[in-house]
Design a binder for this molecule. Structure first.
Ligand code: PXP
Length: 240
């Protein structure tokens, strides 16, 4: 199975918004990462639209040839927006207004989750749930009718930043167990959050990961060497 790379370009918009004008252009960034091998473009339209805005998502859909993976909170407002945008993929993520980034996986007890998943699927949108690396959450995602799961790799990635070998192994094993549980279902297995060259290389020891979604590191590293080098390097890492 070919492992796909989703590039999250939210932080190109963060930089653009710092000046409130149009530069750097997000469609130019999306097309640049696509030219260098990105398989899809991931964007998180937050409730406060602090980086990618709804208008950006509509603009991007017209300007790029690869699919959009829309990350969104499970709210009726975002559901209506997704039904209007009609991206190929939606990843449902938790959202707290004051958080700097998505701090953990979804709480699967939320009442309207199943309704939102069904509605998106009825319009031909493939749905993924962003969950913590817990096998029980994998099973519950399947029971909720999700087409895929994305494992929140934040703790695994932090263990690399802290050079904590034991923690790396413990967190890796959790993700591995989730993949085993996922393989017993029809769901696709995706990963994302906080990944770097080093942590993605380690995670690639797990065969048959469907998709990696990587954002902050790609945008940050590209300031030094450009999107072309960074995206190509990740593509080499993910190559089977
Ligand atoms: N996947 C999901 C579901 C996310 O919410 C995020 C962060 O927005 C990412 C992947 C990318 O994380 P990072 O920017 O840390 O690479």
């Amino acid at each position: 199975m070919k492992t796909r790379l989703g590039v999250n370009i939210d932080h190109v918009a963060t930089l653009r918004n710092a000046r409130g004008e149009g530069h750097p252009d997000i469609a130019k960034a999306a097309n640049e990462v696509i030219k260098n091998g990105a398989d899809l473009i991931t964007i998180h339209v937050r409730e406060d639209q602090r980086h990618i805005k709804k208008s950006d998502a509509i603009f991007l859909k017209k300007k790029i040839k690869k699919p959009i993976n829309l990350e969104m909170a499970p709210t009726i407002e975002m559901l209506n927006f997704a039904l209007k945008l009609k991206p190929k993929y939606v990843c449902i993520v938790p959202e707290k207004r004051k958080e700097i980034t998505t701090e953990g996986g979804l709480n699967l007890n939320q009442r309207n989750l199943k309704k939102i998943i069904n509605k998106l699927k009825s319009k031909g949108i493939e749905v993924s749930l962003f969950i913590n690396p817990k096998t029980n959450d994998v099973k519950r995602s399947f029971n909720l009718g999700s087409n895929a799961i994305e494992i929140h790799t934040g703790s695994f990635a932090s263990a690399f930043k802290n050079r904590n070998k034991n923690k790396i192994k413990t967190e890796f094993d959790k993700i591995k167990n989730c993949q085993v549980a996922c393989n017993k279902t029809t769901m696709k297995f995706n990963v994302g959050h906080g990944l770097t060259y080093e942590s993605a290389t380690y995670l690639k020891k797990l065969n048959n990961i469907n998709e990696f979604n990587i954002g902050h590191f790609i945008v940050g590293e590209s300031l030094f060497v450009g999107f072309s080098k960074v995206v190509k390097k990740f593509k080499r890492i993910l190559k089977n």
